[in-house]
Design a protein around this ligand. Structure first.
Ligand SMILES: Cc1cc2nc3c(=O)[nH]c(=O)nc-3n(C[C@H](O)[C@H](O)[C@H](O)COP(=O)(O)O)c2cc1C
Length: 410
């Protein structure tokens, strides 16, 4: 079954005609899953991304596909984001997901050490010709109405020409749009986003540019648009802590928590304990005292305990909201055609086939809490010395290369 398609180029054009920009929910490992996308779509999000999906696992393993990608009829417009370090994986994964999404995006921003070591994410920024080859190949092989895009970071915080040259090179591959996170890979989140760089990039390219970084309110998004004239504004941390951000709410309304509860109850076993719980934790930051936040973060791992906690501490019954009772369509049961991938890998490397079966068994989405959640936990833990709270490097005992690493949940 093929989902009805939205033309992303037209979406950008109609926003531009109305002198406005697209409001976009960022790709977020662990978090920008179907259920969360359903929630933020009820609050003005125009375009959503999946979490970053490892293209090679997606191609090789049915189990990985089931874990990493789910969708339903209402889950549109939607871009699937892949991490890939070669053209075969990116092209094959794109072909496989094609029936269920409106576009594919290549991740060139992930700053984590493991990703860099394997040539994924921001490691690709060192070889723009490889990025261009991957994008160009997918562009040539997919229908022109299907969106192909890339998400990059700045190459330098001062020499914007370098980033502009790269963006022009990527534009020449025929991509539909590009997203720029306005920081370099080693820059920590406390370094303010280089908006002037985003503005210069926008002026230097013809395709739509999405601006990303430090958007925590609708006002921030409006200012980003006013300053850079970007075509879309994308938020990650802001929309995690306030999924109603694009509807103009300054902080999470209780009604939004009620909607999340409704979605989680309907999703039932389709949503993991961790995903359900972490979102409650992030979105209630502004609603709970420090003590309650600490309690919520440390509940025993039973879904009903979380639901009870939320219902006890928030006046959900007082909220009148039609959406909180909304019925969401069932997940689409996706089927994938592996033929092209098998043929391509057989032609290039026969040893790859041996690992098809193994890859799936490596998947355990709840194996760790993830760095982003752990960083929040450390913040609240009164037994952790202040100096250690500042040093994110102690989280999980992992020695981070930089603050940017926190953004990509290990
Ligand atoms: C928990 C978390 C997970 C993320 N996962 C991804 C991802 O899968 N792909 C990606 O391109 N960026 C990912 N990012 C980076 C964001 O998309 C975004 O570029 C970055 O957080 C800056 O935006 P912000 O200031 O709105 O948070 C992630 C960020 C966070 C906080």
């Amino acid at each position: 079954m093929m989902k009805e398609k939205t033309n992303i180029r037209d979406l950008f054009s109609s926003a531009a005609e109305k002198n406005t920009y697209l409001k976009m929910c960022a790709p977020m490992v662990r978090y920008s899953k179907l259920e969360f996308r359903s929630l933020v779509r009820t609050y003005g999000t125009d375009l959503a991304f999946t979490s970053m999906i490892m293209a090679d696992s997606f191609c090789k393993s049915e189990k990985a596909r089931l874990n990493e990608f789910t969708t339903n009829e209402d889950d549109t417009p939607l871009i699937a984001q892949f991490a890939a370090n070669n053209t075969i994986d990116f092209l094959s994964a794109s072909e496989m997901v094609y029936p269920y999404v409106d576009g594919v995006d290549l991740n060139c921003g992930c700053p984590q050490r493991w990703a860099m070591a394997e040539g994924y994410g921001s490691a690709l920024l060192k070889t723009p010709e490889l990025i261009a080859d991957m994008l160009g190949t997918v562009r040539r092989n997919m229908p022109s109405s299907f969106s192909v895009s890339v998400k990059v970071r700045l190459l330098s915080s001062t020499d914007h020409k370098r980033t502009i040259d790269m963006c022009r090179q990527l534009e020449a591959t025929g991509i539909t749009f590009l997203t720029v996170h306005g920081r370099t890979a080693p820059e920590m989140t406390k370094v303010p986003v280089h908006r002037e760089a985003l503005q210069e990039i926008k002026q230097s390219i013809g395709i739509p540019m999405v601006a990303n970084g430090d958007i925590f309110t609708l006002d921030d998004a409006e200012q980003m648009y006013a300053q850079t004239r970007c075509d879309g504004v994308m938020t990650a941390r802001g929309i995690l802590s306030n999924p109603a951000l694009f509807a103009g709410h300054k902080s999470t309304p209780v009604e939004c928590v009620k909607r999340w509860l409704n979605i989680c109850k309907q999703a039932d076993t389709d949503i993991t304990y961790q995903c359900m719980h972490h979102h409650f934790s992030f979105m209630t930051e502004s609603l709970f005292t420090k003590r309650l936040r600490y309690e919520l973060n440390n509940l025993s791992k039973e879904k009903h305990k979380v639901y009870e906690f939320i219902q006890t501490h928030l006046p959900l019954d007082d909220v009148v909201d039609d959406e909180s009772g909304k019925l969401y369509p069932e997940k689409i049961s996706c089927t994938y055609s592996e033929g092209n991938y098998c043929q391509r890998t057989a032609e290039n490397d026969t040893t790859k086939e041996e690992s098809y079966a193994d890859i799936g068994s490596l998947y355990d989405p709840e194996a760790s809490e993830g760095n982003f959640f752990q960083s929040k936990r450390v913040e609240l833990d009164e037994t952790t010395p202040v100096s250690k709270k500042d040093a994110v490097s102690v989280v999980d005992g992992v020695d981070f290369m930089d603050g940017g690493s926190l953004l990509f949940d290990e």
